[in-house]
Design a protein around this ligand. Structure first.
Ligand SMILES: Nc1ncnc2c1ncn2[C@@H]1O[C@H](COP(=O)(O)OP(=O)(O)OP(=O)(O)O)[C@@H](O)[C@H]1O
Length: 228
């Protein structure tokens, strides 16, 4: 049988910041619909790996391919379009625009892809209801709890139907119980939407929500194990 092309595939990723080696040659494969936790101590290169995989940061060496297509060969414009169309992002905090209500924060990525405002707003409203935020649609981020704001961020990441969701410490600013609730919603909805997930965390219990985990140390993948 011919093995399926990985959804996302990185080979030999290397990145240096001045004298600091952040990535020293990393290979990663992410299957269609798979969730992968990237673990490791502070400063080991986890966020740099996520940024290189997502095409936010150019690697010094190595390749990243989405569905077999090398992202490094694209122009800056094509790469930013690809990020908008095919990727969703959830960060620790700060990704929501503070002056816009939740529903408009969620609708925005869809509108940026050309969906008319009314349609995008209706779709955003459905996402918010399905993530348990009925009645909170018109609250601004400052009027939401940390866990509610992260659920808005999950809706915002998924509204465009991405192939891959990248999440960098999405529970880092939450207490344990709220963090687990956000992880349940993030993994369930990502899976239901048919997207793959790359999650950076230093918390083993958070990583347990993913299908598989890798451990980054000193810019290298040191070990890989199934989380289940
Ligand atoms: N923009 C930058 N300029 C200079 N050095 C950087 C930059 N970004 C990352 N680094 C360095 O690269 C190394 C890897 O950083 P990275 O943020 O990827 O680690 P991390 O594992 O995500 O850490 P943490 O868990 O603390 O967020 C660190 O030594 C960091 O100081």
């Amino acid at each position: 049988m011919i093995p399926a092309t990985p959804r996302l595939s990185a080979r030999g990723l290397a990145k240096q910041f001045g004298p600091t080696v952040a990535l020293a040659g990393v290979d990663v494969d992410l299957a269609d619909g798979e969730s992968l936790a990237v673990m490791g101590p502070s400063g080991s290169g986890k966020s740099t790996l996520l940024h290189c995989l997502a095409g936010i940061l150019p690697a010094d060496a190595g390749t990243v391919a989405l569905d077999g297509q090398e992202v490094g060969r694209l122009s800056d414009r094509e790469r930013s379009l690809l990020r908008r169309r095919r990727y969703g992002f959830v960060f620790q905090f700060g990704q929501l625009l503070s002056e816009l209500p939740a529903i408009e924060n969620v609708a925005l990525p869809s509108m940026l892809l050309g969906t008319p405002r009314r349609e995008a707003t209706e779709l955003a409203g459905r996402w918010l209801v399905s993530l348990g935020l009925a009645g909170m649609e018109w609250r601004r981020p400052g009027e939401l709890s940390g866990g509610q704001a992260q659920r808005v961020a999950v809706a915002r990441a998924l509204i465009t139907g991405p192939a891959v969701v990248f999440a960098d410490e999405p529970t880092g600013a939450l207490d344990q119980a709220t963090g687990h609730e956000v992880m349940r919603i993030l993994t369930e909805t990502t899976r239901a939407a048919g997207a793959s997930l790359v999650l950076v965390t230093h918390d083993a219990q958070v990583a347990d929500w993913c299908d598989r985990r890798i451990e980054v140390r000193d810019g290298l993948v040191r070990s890989a194990e199934g989380a289940r």
